[in-house]
Design a protein around this ligand. Structure first.
Ligand SMILES: [Zn+2]
Length: 93
């Protein structure tokens, strides 16, 4: 399940819903967690194609939305801030 709604400056960052397997590993961007068997996962977490993972969320619909919020509300702003630091914008005028 990919998180869409990317904005300029965050190209290369594709968010997705990751599931935490029973051995503690997190699923990757290629795993469609909605197609996995029930009880495959013990928690949700937001993942990003850059390798970032958010904190674990409860294995509920609310947890899914929480994971998405963390990617869009915490990870992307960090990415944008880092990009803004890297790209020195000439002052207008
Ligand atoms: Zn990322």
């Amino acid at each position: 399940m990919l998180f869409t709604g990317t904005m300029p400056g965050v190209e290369g960052h594709v968010g997705y819903l990751a599931g935490r397997y029973r051995n503690g590993a997190l699923s990757d961007v290629w795993t469609d967690v909605s197609r996995c068997a029930e009880r495959t996962f013990t928690a949700w977490a937001a993942g990003c194609s850059c390798g970032w993972y958010g904190p674990l969320q409860p294995l509920t619909t609310v947890g899914q939305y929480g994971a998405r919020r963390q990617w869009a509300g915490e990870h992307l702003p960090e990415v944008i801030a880092t990009a803004a630091d890297a790209a020195v914008t000439p002052a207008a005028g």
